[in-house]
Design a protein around this ligand. Structure first.
Ligand SMILES: [Zn+2]
Length: 427
């Protein structure tokens, strides 16, 4: 399932915090997916076709659980009278096979996405499967449809391959342990394909539904709202089944259904808010949102006065350095900290300032959606707006979110959406 989720590492969660902070001003509600803490601890496994494949720490725990369940419960029931060690080998092979199957599914999404020019940051395997991380919405209903359907299709193809292998293994009387493992691989790929086809956004089936509605009504926001409502509904349904399971004694199965439902509901809400934000910022330029005449430091002042008059006064960690409007570089608490306290009055900013990182700079003609993407990629909440070597403004995430909430309040589309957002956000 290709998802757009709020990144939750320390810096990037600023985006979520600002959304939450702004909520008090009757604005966009918080990001639940962000708060679920997904993508916090991940390890890079390998790189394939230019995509990095990451595994979330939660997946390792899940892998252990799957191996244990398969070895102790599933395989002994399905292929009886084997040695206990054989079940553990089968379980280990099947778990590696499952990992491979999920990567295969996500890789299909990622390859189609790249074909349509949508950047994919990488693929992360986490507790409920995999996620191909897209940076933007698909350009057309057709690309969305093909990208969404590619994953389940890949799973069904893989299911077919394992089914043929299973038939061959039976024909040639392969060991029963091999047959049992192939049976599981056939079965789990079919399940992966079918589960993802449920029309609950942002599952693949929900994306297909959204693409169809988008094609039919020509309105991405309305299509996303309906598809996300379906996602919400299935999420709640799964949670109810989960609670019911726990009450009737199926504690583990019930807990799983509840967690998957909770995740699906959170992801549906977050994806909808994302689309609303993108639509509201469509066509808005950086120059329209930025704050002109930003606070900047001249290179001739001392570190002492930089700390006293700028850092303690404006509470930013980094400041641009300018002379007569010309943009010279950046200076921050990090550089100041390398200077001994007693040398502060005699050390000039000119001696410790550094060139600003390219990801901290944007031009006033760029659009606000690109600026938002740059902030999230770089984990920044402020960008320096530079034109022809001169600092013309500063663009803050807060300014953009404020504009966003104003637009949502003023424009008709926003009124209905905001009501909806509040409803789903507070449930
Ligand atoms: Zn998928």
């Amino acid at each position: 399932m290709p998802l757009r989720l709020e990144p939750s590492d320390a810096k990037q969660s600023e985006f979520g915090r600002c959304l939450r902070g702004n909520r008090r001003k009757r604005s966009v509600s918080p990001t639940r997916a962000g708060r679920l803490g997904i993508f916090t601890h991940r390890i890079r496994l390998f790189s394939l076709f230019g995509f990095d494949v990451w595994v979330d720490a939660s997946w390792l725990l899940l892998a252990a659980l799957i191996i244990w369940t398969l070895a102790e419960a599933v395989f002994p029931g399905f292929v009886p009278h084997l040695a206990r060690a054989a079940y553990w080998w089968m379980a280990a092979a099947a778990t590696i096979g499952l990992l491979f199957s999920i990567v295969f599914h996500e890789m299909a999404h990622a390859l189609v996405a790249r074909h349509y020019g949508m950047p994919v940051r990488g693929i992360t395997l986490f507790i409920f499967g995999g996620v191909a991380e897209m940076e933007q919405e698909p350009p057309s209903p057709k690309s969305e449809l093909l990208m969404a359907i590619a994953g389940p299709l890949a799973s069904f193809v893989l299911a077919g391959v394992f089914f043929v292998l299973l038939v061959l293994a039976e024909q040639f009387a392969a060991p029963r342990a091999v047959q049992g493992t192939l049976w599981y691989m056939w079965f789990i790929n079919a399940v992966l394909g079918i589960f993802n086809l449920i029309p609950a956004f942002p599952l693949d089936g929900g994306r297909v539904l959204r693409a169809a509605l988008w094609l039919w009504r020509g309105d991405l926001v309305a299509a996303t709202r309906i598809a996300a409502e379906a996602g919400n509904f299935f999420g709640i349904l799964l949670m109810v089944f989960g609670v019911f399971g726990v009450i009737t004694g199926d504690f583990i199965g019930g807990m799983w259904r509840f967690l998957i439902g909770l995740f699906l509901k959170g992801a549906a809400d977050a994806s909808y808010r994302e689309v609303i934000a993108r639509t509201a910022l469509q066509g808005v330029l950086v120059a329209q949102v930025m704050t002109r005449d930003p606070i900047s430091v001249t290179p001739d002042i001392s570190v002492e006065s930089f700390i006293e008059d700028f850092v303690y006064r404006y509470h930013h960690r980094v400041f641009p350095v300018t002379r007569d409007g010309a943009f010279l570089g950046c200076v921050g608490t990090e550089q100041a900290a390398t200077i001994a306290r007693e040398a502060w009055p005699t050390t000039l900013i000119a001696w410790i300032m550094q060139p600003c990182a390219p990801e901290d700079i944007i031009s006033p003609g760029k659009d606000a959606i690109a600026a938002l993407a740059q902030m999230r990629r770089a984990g920044r909440t402020r960008l320096w707006v530079v034109e022809g070597g001169r600092l013309v403004g500063v663009l803050s995430l807060r300014d953009m979110l404020e504009l966003l909430s104003t637009k949502l309040e003023l424009e008709g589309n926003g009124r209905t959406s905001r009501g909806k957002l509040r409803k789903t956000g507070s449930a």
